[in-house]
Design a protein around this ligand. Structure first.
Ligand SMILES: Nc1nc2c(ncn2[C@@H]2O[C@H](COP(=O)(O)OP(=O)(O)O)[C@@H](O)[C@H]2O)c(=O)[nH]1
Ligand SMILES: [Mg+2]
Length: 490
C-alpha cells in the first residue's frame, strides 16, 4: 500500500510530466496548471441541494460566523467560494478574468454582498476570503442550488459540480435535502457520476436539512428527522448515492454557536414563566412575537429569538435550562449537539477530512485523465495509462469505492464480520487503532499483532471458494488494508 502522502506525490509527478510535455501549448498548459494548483490547495467541499434547502445557513453554522448571505437575494444566485484569508474580502469574477471588489453589508438578520453595477447573471463566481479556522483546511463552495424551476441557477451549480469534459470543481459534496424527491435523486446521480468519475461517488454526504421543521417544531423534531434520515439513508444506500445521511438543524446550530448572553438570560426568564403561557405562545412564530404577550421577555427580543432559533430551538433551549443547563456556554454546547452539527462535522471528518489528500489526488488525476484523453500527442499516449494505473492501484481509492458500494451491496458475511470489514477499510476513520477496533492507548506491538491476525483472517476469507465475487473482492480489499496498517507500523 502507498504510504500516506505518496499518492499526492505521485499525482504531482504525473501532472509535472504533463506540464513539461505540453509547455508549448498554452491551452492545455492552462488546464494542467489548474490540476497542479489544485493539489496544493485545501480540500474543496461543495454544498449542494435545492433552493432554500438551508445551504448558506449550514455554511454559517459550520464556520461559526455570519459569512454567507442567506435567503434569495441577488448574490445568492452565484456560486461562491469561501477560503481562509487574513481579512474579510469579497471579489466578484466576471468576463472570465475581470474582477471587482464587492461590498459586504451587515443588517440585523444577516449580511448581503452588494454586487454594485454587476448583475448575478454577469458574475462567474464570488470569492470570499475570511479569517476563520474552519476554512483553513477546507474551502467551502456555496452553490445557488438545483431547481427544476430555475434552469439558469441549476446550470451554474451543475457547471461547477459536473462540467462537460472536465473534472468536478469540488472534491467532495454535502448534499442537502428536505424530502427525497425524484429531482434530488437525479441530481445526486449526476453529481455522483462526476465526483468519483466512472468509479462512483467517492465523497458525497447527505444532510436532511432544516430538521427542526420535520416535526412541526415539536421537541421531538430531531427524533422524527433522525427517522427520516434513516429512511432516506436506506433509499440512498440502495442507489449508492451518499455515504451517510445526517439530520441537521442548521439555523439552530448557527444561533447556538453564536449564542449571546442576553439571549441566554431571555431563555432563563422564559423557563420560569408559567408553562401554559409559554406553550400557547409557542403555537406559532407570530403568536410568540406578539406585543401583548404575558411572557416576561420584551417583544423585540422575542421576535429576534424566533428568527434566530426557530420555535423548536426556543422550546429546546427552555427545556434544557429546566433540565439544568445553567450557563450560556453549557446551553450553547447542548444546543449545538442536539442540532446535529457535531455529528455532521464528525461524518465530514471521517469521510472527507481524514482522506483529504486522497480525495484531492483523485480529483486531480481524474482532471488529468480528461485533459489527456483525446490528445494524439505521444506524451499524452504515454502518460494516460500511468494515470489510469495510479487511479486503479491506489489502495485508498479502492477503500473509498468499496465504502461507497457497501452501502448498496451488502457483503455476504455475518453481521459482526461485515462491521469489522467496514471498520478495517476506514469506514469509521483511518487511524490504525480505529481500523483495528483497539483503544487509542493501544501500543504498536498490540496493533501489530492484531493487524497480523487481520491480514491472515481476511486473506483466508478472500480465498474462500464459496464466496460470491463481490464479497471475495471486499475481503481482499480488507486484507490489503490490514497489510497497509502493518506497513505503517513496522
Ligand atoms: N427552521 C429552519 N429554517 C432554516 C434552517 N436552515 C435555513 N432555514 C431558513 O430557510 C431559508 C433558506 O435558507 P438558506 O440558507 O438561504 O437556503 P439556501 O438557498 O439553500 O442557501 C432561510 O429563511 C433560513 O432562515 C433550519 O435549520 N431551520
Ligand atoms: Mg444560499
Amino acid at each position: 500500500m502507498n504510504a500516506p502522502g505518496s499518492t499526492l506525490e505521485q499525482a504531482r509527478a504525473l501532472v509535472a510530466s504533463a506540464r513539461n510535455a505540453f509547455a508549448g501549448d498554452p491551452d492545455v498548459r492552462r488546464q494542467l496548471d489548474a490540476c497542479a494548483y489544485r493539489l496544493d490547495q485545501p480540500l474543496r467541499v461543495a454544498l449542494a441541494g435545492s433552493l432554500k434547502a438551508g445551504k448558506s445557513t449550514l455554511l454559517n453554522a459550520l464556520v461559526g460566523q455570519d459569512v454567507a448571505p442567506t435567503d434569495a437575494t441577488e448574490c445568492t444566485r452565484v456560486v461562491t467560494w469561501y477560503r481562509n484569508g487574513p481579512t474579510p474580502t469579497v471579489t466578484a469574477w466576471y468576463d472570465r478574468d475581470r474582477s471587482a471588489n464587492v461590498l459586504v453589508q451587515r443588517r440585523e438578520g444577516g449580511l448581503t454582498f452588494d454586487l454594485g453595477a454587476l448583475t448575478a447573471a454577469q458574475v462567474d463566481r464570488l470569492e470570499v476570503e475570511w479569517p476563520a479556522s474552519a476554512l483553513a483546511e477546507t474551502t467551502v463552495i456555496d452553490t445557488p442550488g438545483t431547481s427544476s424551476l430555475s434552469r439558469d441557477v441549476s446550470a451554474r451549480t451543475l457547471d461547477l459540480l459536473t462540467p462537460d469534459r472536465a473534472a468536478s470543481g469540488a472534491d467532495a459534496v454535502v448534499y442537502l435535502l428536505r424530502s427525497l424527491s425524484a429531482t434530488d435523486v437525479a441530481f445526486l446521480r449526476q453529481i455522483g457520476s462526476h465526483v468519483g468519475a466512472e468509479s462512483g461517488p467517492l465523497g458525497v454526504v447527505g444532510v436532511v436539512s432544516r430538521a427542526d421543521e420535520v416535526g412541526a417544531g415539536r421537541i421531538d423534531a430531531m427524533l422524527s428527522a433522525k427517522e427520516m434520515a434513516s429512511r432516506f439513508a436506506t433509499e440512498l444506500e440502495r442507489t449508492g448515492l451518499c455515504q451517510a445521511v445526517v439530520p441537521v438543524a442548521g439555523l439552530l446550530a448557527f444561533a447556538a454557536r453564536t449564542l449571546r448572553q442576553s439571549e441566554f438570560a431571555a431563555f432563563q426568564a422564559l423557563a420560569q414563566a408559567p408553562v401554559d403561557d409559554l406553550s400557547v405562545a409557542l403555537l406559532s412564530a407570530d403568536r410568540f412575537a406578539r406585543p401583548d404577550s404575558p411572557l416576561p421577555v420584551d417583544a423585540q427580543t422575542r421576535a429576534s429569538l424566533v428568527r434566530r432559533f426557530g420555535l423548536f430551538g426556543i422550546r429546546l433551549a427552555v427545556t434544557l435550562i429546566r433540565l439544568g443547563a445553567n450557563d450560556s456556554p453549557t446551553l450553547a454546547a447542548q444546543l449545538v449537539e442536539r442540532s446535529g452539527l457535531d455529528e455532521l462535522r464528525g461524518v465530514i471528518d471521517v469521510q472527507f477530512g481524514q482522506r483529504a489528500e486522497q480525495l484531492k489526488a483523485h480529483s486531480a488525476l481524474v482532471a488529468l485523465d480528461r485533459v489527456l484523453a483525446d490528445r494524439p500527442e505521444r506524451a499524452a499516449v504515454e502518460l494516460l495509462p500511468q494515470v489510469g494505473r495510479l487511479l486503479s492501484d491506489v489502495h485508498g481509492f479502492a477503500e473509498l469505492r468499496l465504502l461507497g458500494r457497501l452501502r448498496t451491496t451488502p457483503v455476504k458475511l455475518p453481521g459482526e464480520e461485515s462491521a469489522e470489514l467496514h471498520r478495517l477499510i476506514g469506514g469509521l476513520g483511518v487511524a490504525p487503532h480505529v481500523r483495528l477496533g483497539l483503544p487509542e492507548s493501544a501500543s504498536s506491538r498490540e496493533m501489530q499483532s492484531e493487524a497480523v491476525v487481520a491480514v491472515r483472517k481476511w486473506r483466508t476469507r478472500a480465498s474462500h471458494p464459496l464466496l460470491d465475487q463481490f464479497t471475495a473482492k471486499a475481503c481482499g480489499t480488507a486484507a490489503r488494508s490490514a497489510e497497509g496498517i502493518l506497513g505503517l507500523l513496522y
